[in-house]
Design a protein around this ligand. Structure first.
Ligand SMILES: C[S@@+](CC[C@H](N)C(=O)[O-])C[C@H]1O[C@@H](n2cnc3c(N)ncnc32)[C@H](O)[C@@H]1O
Ligand code: SF4
Ligand code: SF4
Length: 334
């Protein structure tokens, strides 16, 4: 299903060790420009509808920290879109209040929770004290209220041994869907020695593939896993997923947006919806997508470079200069 990925903000109440976003962590009230303005949200909703988009995937930052979170959901519902959002589950009772009014609730497709360990010790080591309990109790609250919950886990050195336990926990919590993804390198998470060497990525994928057959709930691997398709078919490069950042710019992919190590905007920022229409920005995006495919075609003809194409997201991180050389070298170590 085609969807609009949209960042509601660039603020967060956690400071996860693995996080690839360059997040502002001060007082939200002092930085209003870190929140997506509702006029821009409305513009996106209006201009994307005729193109066939009718679902919003909301991310951030921590989306419920938007001071007009409830109003934003109301707007989305009024425009006839369904939506889901990702959350770290902090202050979840307030989040629940925001989704409860009937119009908002009727368009809520589900809530995705980030869970980075099957045990309190592991999850809290990455996400901070108290977080594990918040996630688990919030998922249980969704269950009781009939809200579809999903889990998303980023695999790294700290939690790699808990993949099976994570699936068991997902089954126990009766989540609809559970997604595992590789952790993209940043200077920070590399310095914290979180990144698994690339040689271990395929064994992670094999573990997840095994779990897919062993459990009844849907288990999958997020894009970024090993592939022999050298012209990537990921949702951003097929335009099935559009990504709009908290400043209202159209960008290639949420995985590259506002990246922790990159000081300034990269070529992945293709348009500014404050100044131009979505159609105009999409024209730039289509040109970029063509360039990316063409570059990969050229790489695929080179015996050395083509080996990189097995991990398409790492190619993007390097291509769009999202991080310094060091984390990528650590990543490529066999
Ligand atoms: C940036 S967060 C925003 C939503 C919300 N704050 C949360 O944590 O769920 C979106 C997702 O990206 C994941 N993520 C963060 N850093 C990552 C990295 N270096 N590589 C891959 N995924 C990462 C998070 O764990 C989370 O599931
Ligand atoms: S992963 Fe999510 S909760 Fe953690 S610091 Fe990043 S934005 Fe915040
Ligand atoms: S980082 Fe690149 S390859 Fe990965 S999902 Fe985004 S656009 Fe596709």
């Amino acid at each position: 299903m085609p969807r609009i990925g949209i960042e509601f903000n660039n603020v967060c109440n956690l400071d996860c060790t693995h996080c690839f976003r360059s997040i502002y962590r001060g007082e939200p009230e002092k930085n209003r420009d870190l929140f997506l303005p509702l006029e821009l949200l409305e513009k996106v909703l209006t201009e994307a509808k005729p193109l066939g988009y009718n679902h919003l995937a909301i991310t951030g930052g921590e989306p419920p920290l938007h001071p007009q979170f409830g109003e934003a959901l109301e707007l989305i519902a009024r425009h006839g879109y369904t939506y889901h959002f990702l959350t770290n589950a902090r202050n979840f009772s307030r989040t629940l209040q925001a989704v409860t009014p009937p119009a908002r609730r009727s368009k809520l497709a589900g809530i995705s929770f980030s869970l980075d360990g099957a045990t309190e010790a592991t999850h809290d080591k990455i996400r901070g004290e108290g977080s594990y309990r918040e996630v688990v109790t919030s998922i249980a609250a969704c269950q009781a209220l009939g809200i579809e919950a999903s889990i998303i886990t980023t695999i790294n050195k700290v939690n790699r041994h808990e993949i099976d336990q994570l699936a068991l926990l997902g089954a126990h919590l009766r989540v609809k869907r559970q997604i595992f993804g590789h952790q993209n390198p940043t200077e920070h998470n590399s310095a914290e020695d979180l990144i698994l060497p690339l040689s271990e990525w395929r064994s992670v994928e094999r573990d997840v593939a095994r779990l897919m057959t062993e459990f009844r709930h849907e288990i999958s691997m997020a894009v970024g896993f090993y592939t022999d398709y050298f012209l990537p078919r990921c949702a951003p490069l097929t335009l099935d997923d559009l990504n709009i950042d908290y400043r209202g710019r159209l960008t290639l992919c949420c995985q590259l947006s506002n990246y922790r190590d990159s000081g300034e905007d990269g070529e992945d920022v293709v348009g500014d919806l404050k100044r131009q229409s979505l159609a105009d920005a999409l024209t730039n995006l289509m040109n970029l997508v063509n360039r990316v495919h063409h570059e990969r075609l050229v790489m695929s003809q080179d015996p050395v470079l083509k080996e990189k194409l097995h991990y398409p997201c790492l190619v993007c991180i390097e291509r769009f200069q999202k991080t310094g050389d060091e984390p990528m070298l650590v990543q490529m170590e066999k």
